[in-house]
Design a protein around this ligand. Structure first.
Ligand code: PLP
Length: 389
């Protein structure tokens, strides 16, 4: 047999293992120091009560002959697809039920969707970037071009008409930068995609952090997007489902054969998300569920605001933190990303993520997240003030 040699072309990512190693070394040598981790990309608050009640109920149903369920529909149960449709409707987006696919999270479908595209497509990815977009294409042997996100464009690059792209990745609110596109900017991308007969793969995993009604939560709020975009969303950050696993993908019927191809792909390679999990996910969209998750999202957003306000006080340039759990800052005193990591660990015992780990344009930048506890975030910011104010 021959192995897929494209795997040899994957950049080895030592980002999180290097961070863990450095932090371990530091805590071993300085056992009396309290290290605060603001690099965390996972949620920390538990599932809300509406969700756990629904999960318990579904577990009980599975233990009774008359309500037991075996294989479910590969595209997801209608009760959850209807709930997702209602959620979109509340943001003025009308979807057909057969355009909504329940997934076990955005990451899987972002990778799986590439089954639908030929190898000879040019892929356009912003730099810095969530590494999954690049790695999944590299595994398939596809060429990836980068578009620069940087301080000049406030990490919101717009289309460069001189580049001909076929598959375009956009993530808004963005990981790692926290930057959010407005409607006009997203319209520029939609127009560009339509002109190029390209497809946009729109990652809206962080849409729930948007609190300005004028900012788009879904690309389908933009005219023409149903003719060129597939959207990936997730309950991971919205409702603490990082370990429970549920999301949804929208493949519009307007996209030629793609919707039917995706049905074919899913029915062949996927057997659906567990019934129990889908009942838990359904509860997220109830009135009670929405109220309860809003409390958790507000908690993270308060942390983000505290970080952003502190950076302002310290005159540290940054984006994000307003409609996003991520804050992307320029390292003070022209430090490089890893230099700043070491400096911060040594002098403030605060851990973040070096921007250089997300692409070449991330060099000189640093990512903090708001997923820690309020107490730790406050203490970390006091330490920032002591160092930089
Ligand atoms: N997309 C982005 C931009 C992310 O940051 C993440 C997770 O961190 C995901 C997708 C994956 O989400 P899920 O947990 O639904 O697979």
């Amino acid at each position: 047999m021959n192995i897929n040699s494209n795997y040899d072309n994957l950049a080895q990512s030592y980002l999180f293992s290097t961070i863990a190693k450095k932090v371990n070394e530091y805590t071993t040598n300085n056992p009396d120091k309290k290290v605060i981790r603001l690099g965390i990309g996972d949620v920390t608050l538990p599932l809300c009560k509406a969700v756990t009640d629904a999960l318990h109920k579904a577990v009980d149903e599975m233990g009774v002959q008359s309500t037991f369920r075996g294989y479910g529909p590969e595209q997801g149960y209608d009760f959850l697809r209807e709930a997702v449709r209602g959620y979109y409707k509340s943001h003025n987006v009308d979807l057909e039920l057969d355009e909504i696919f329940i997934s076990d999270g955005a990451k899987s479908d972002l990778g799986n969707i590439l089954d639908l595209f030929a190898k000879d497509n040019t892929v356009l990815v912003p730099d810095p970037v969530y590494p999954v977009y690049v790695d999944t294409n590299t595994m398939a042997g596809r060429e990836v071009k980068f578009i620069d996100a940087n301080g000049e464009n406030e990490f919101l690059p717009l289309p460069d008409k001189s580049i001909k792209a076929d598959i375009i990745y956009i993530c808004s609110p963005n990981n790692p930068t926290g930057a959010v596109y407005n409607k006009e900017q997203l319209k520029a991308w939609v127009d560009y995609a339509l002109e190029n007969k390209a497809v946009i793969l729109f990652d809206s995993a962080y849409e729930c952090f948007i609190s300005d009604a004028n900012l788009p939560r879904s690309i389908y709020e933009i005219e023409g997007a149903k003719d060129c975009a597939i959207e990936f969303c997730s309950l991971s950050k919205t409702a603490g489902f990082t370990g429970t696993r549920c999301g949804y993908t929208v493949v519009p019927n307007n996209l030629g054969k793609l919707n039917k191809m995706w049905v074919r792909r899913q029915t062949t390679k996927f057997n659906g998300v567990p019934y129990i999990v889908q009942r838990g996910a359904e509860a997220v969209f109830t009135e009670e569920g929405q109220k309860e998750i809003a409390v958790n999202i507000a908690y993270y957003k308060e942390n983000a605001k505290l970080i952003s306000d502190t950076l302002k006080e310290c005159n540290i340039w940054h984006v994000g933190g307003k409609h996003s759990p991520y804050i992307w800052l320029r390292c003070p005193n022209d430090m490089k990303s890893w230099e700043f990591f070491d400096y911060l660990l040594e002098n403030a015992q605060v851990v973040g993520t070096p921007g250089a780990g997300f692409g070449k344009n991330g060099e000189g930048y640093f990512r903090l997240t708001s997923f820690g506890s309020k107490e730790n975030t406050m203490e970390a910011m006091e330490r920032f003030k002591k160092l930089f104010k």
